[in-house]
Design a binder for this molecule. Structure first.
Ligand code: CU
Length: 252
């Protein structure tokens, strides 16, 4: 066999291997597609294998996800990388983390893109209301009131769930003293002063800094001794007006 013939065989072998790979690829060996086309009259819906059984077939897309995309269990086409980030966000949720060992009563609050304070679930001395859906299609009850005892130690742990840029969407939690004009306070809060207007420290009982999407920020403080209702707000632009507020009800 001449060396020229050897080269020919090698070339043929390479072509066969390449063809084999292409065939395997087209059969989905390298890129398993974890969804199935479900025929629905004149069209198909693409349904992922981990479909949320509570979501109707109509909610699933009629087109396949593109490269780098996937279908979520509730039928949204999202970027795979974004989905991985969101799942990480969920696993970092406070309820999935060990609690601080200091026995300070900790209240986990989530700030949403709808400009609402929500909680994972209603709890003792946590009064929650209507469900708010966040960008990742999860629902959380809206936080209405927090009850506390005079002088009680409280930790507020605020987490922002958002995909928006920090300058577009961030939240804080500002507890104002009684008889403070909350509207006047938020009117004076702006980007330049990080949403805490200077010279008004006496009006604030406790406040967190700003938390942008994916961030968690906390503040530990003593509840005032004087019983009554204390307004808490998010002082980020327009959030108070949108309803990002509630009351700390202090009673013994
Ligand atoms: Cu806010």
């Amino acid at each position: 066999m001449t060396s020229k013939n050897n080269l020919k065989y090698l070339f043929l072998l390479a072509v066969l291997i390449a063809a084999g790979f292409a065939l395997a690829d087209s059969l989905g060996f390298f890129n398993p597609k974890p969804y199935t086309a479900v025929n629905h009259g004149s069209h198909n819906h693409y349904v992922p294998d981990n479909r949320d059984p509570g979501v109707g077939i109509n909610r699933f897309p009629m087109e396949k996800p593109g490269p780098g995309e996937m279908i979520t269990p509730t039928g949204q086409i999202v970027k795979k990388a974004e989905w991985a980030r969101q799942q990480k966000t969920v696993s970092e949720r406070p309820e999935n983390q060990p609690t601080a060992g200091d026995n300070i009563r900790t209240i986990d609050i989530i700030g949403t893109d709808q400009m609402k304070f929500v909680v994972d679930k209603e709890g003792e001395r946590i009064d929650a209301g209507d469900a708010i859906k966040t960008f990742n299609d999860k629902s959380y009850p809206m936080l209405n009131h927090i009850q506390a005892k005079p002088g009680e130690q409280l930790r507020i742990r605020l987490r922002t769930l958002s995909q928006l840029k920090p300058e577009m969407m961030a939240h804080n939690w500002v507890l104002l003293d009684q008889r403070v004009d909350a509207q006047g306070f938020v009117n004076a809060a702006n980007r330049e002063n990080d949403y805490i207007p200077p010279g008004r420290e006496k009006e604030i009982i406790a406040n967190t800094g700003l938390a942008a999407g994916g961030e968690t920020i906390e503040i530990t403080f003593s509840v005032p001794e004087e019983p009554g209702q204390y307004e808490y707000v998010c002082s980020f632009m327009a959030h108070f007006a949108a309803g990002m507020r509630g009351q700390l009800i202090v009673q013994s």
